[in-house]
Write a protein that binds this ligand. Structure first.
Ligand code: GLA
Length: 385
């Protein structure tokens, strides 16, 4: 049964009748990791896995939410200051509060939702949930908030209700995703450009290999990375007041402050400065249909994320090395890190041998099989019924 049918059955059972249906998407990111909160470029796309909700205003001041995946109900008042105890409900609570903060109206509603974004895989199931509700609430209340601000509503939800000081990439991809296109986004100006991306037309495939590990404390480690970057830029700004974010900095400027900041902060910043340039290089390469160069950049990103930014882990390094040994075009850890997936750009003829080897060798070493996802670049937040 597809998600829409499943949630409609539940909606009828819990609330009766029919509501409007909205959907939104998780995301991949080809390159440009941990650059968003440093004002740099990212290169994500929305995927064919997301969140769907059936929702209807209920004429009260309360929100009644049913998660079909958890088979659980949460109800909260729109005037209540305290967030719900259930982590999944906090995302929706946060979106309501952040909409109100921006002068939007939020009338009480009943909603059932479900999703198929694997949790903890680095595919931004939380951004999918936030943008789905930000979009739905905006439509149902005729608030007329634009998609840029809807993305920011999701990001502020993470900051203020979920404890993750994330950048804008995930929510942006989820709100602006377009089928068949990756989005090169300048996270400082939010200027963005769609790049048609069809690896299969050139004999390549994108495949995600999910290590199915999620390391503890990922969000505090994430926030710590962000602080390191802030330390580095603060030091650089003393010499170069014109540097707004790390993405404005020349490598030389960072060298100048090497002795003044902890070595760890230096390495984090070194990674970020290199990564911002790699996004531009990959976009140039793809405009020439040069997938091999793009792939090589992905390996460089993995090296940086593993050795300088230190957000990889044994399982992901193993998958990356395996890809390299098998001559896979590009491979790297994707998303925030500390577990989740590698994203791999694989020549068609190598797809099956690589997937088979990744499954069997990973399982032999770590005792559980990884999951394989083929992704289709799809539309982001939208109303579907
Ligand atoms: C998470 C965050 C994003 C971004 C990535 C790393 O997905 O939500 O904002 O920082 O990590 O690129």
């Amino acid at each position: 049964m597809d998600i829409q049918t499943r949630i409609h059955q539940k909606f009828t059972e819990k609330f009766g009748g029919r509501g409007s249906v909205f959907a939104s998407a998780g995301r991949i990111n080809l390159i440009g990791e941990h650059t968003d909160y440093n004002g740099g470029y990212v290169f994500p796309g929305a995927i064919d896995k997301g969140i769907v909700t059936e929702i209807r205003l209920n004429g009260t001041e309360r929100v009644n939410l049913y998660s079909a995946d958890y088979d659980a109900c949460v109800s909260f008042g729109l005037e209540e200051p305290d967030k719900p105890a259930e982590a999944w409900a906090c995302y929706v609570f946060g979106v309501c509060r952040e909409t109100i903060k921006r002068g939007g109206k939020v009338a009480g509603f009943d909603a059932v939702f479900a999703g198929d974004v694997p949790l903890g895989a680095g595919l931004s199931s939380s951004a999918a949930l936030e943008s789905c509700f930000a979009f739905a609430i905006n439509e149902l209340n005729h608030n007329g908030i634009d998609r840029f601000e809807l993305a920011r509503i999701g990001q502020s939800t993470e900051h203020n209700y979920c404890g993750v000081k994330c950048g804008i990439m995930d929510q942006f991809a989820s709100c602006f995703g377009k089928a068949g296109c990756l989005i090169r986004l300048n996270c400082k100006t939010l200027e963005h450009k769609y790049f048609p991306f069809d690896p299969s037309a050139h004999g390549y495939r994108l495949v995600l290999v999910d290590s199915c590990v999620k390391h503890e404390l990922a969000s505090s480690a994430y926030n710590k990375r962000r602080l390191s970057c802030e330390n580095a830029i603060a030091a650089i700004r003393k010499n170069h007041p014109e540097a707004g974010t790390l993405s404005d900095c020349k490598r030389l400027w960072l060298e100048e402050v090497r002795g003044e900041i902890p070595e760890e902060d230096f390495l984090r910043a070194e990674y970020v400065i290199g990564e911002v340039q790699r996004v531009l290089d990959v976009c140039d390469a793809l405009e020439r249909d040069d997938f091999e160069t793009a792939g090589e950049m992905m390996y460089q990103t993995h090296f940086g994320l593993s050795k300088l930014y230190e957000v990889s882990c044994e399982e992901l390094d193993f998958l990356n090395k395996l890809a390299r040994r098998m001559d896979v075009t590009g491979s790297r850890v994707m998303g925030g890190g500390f577990g989740g997936c590698t994203i791999n750009l694989v020549r068609e003829e190598l797809y099956q041998p690589f997937v088979d080897a990744a499954k069997s060798r990973f399982e032999a070493k770590f005792g559980h099989a990884p999951k394989i996802y083929d992704v289709v670049i799809s539309d982001g937040a939208r109303q579907i019924a």
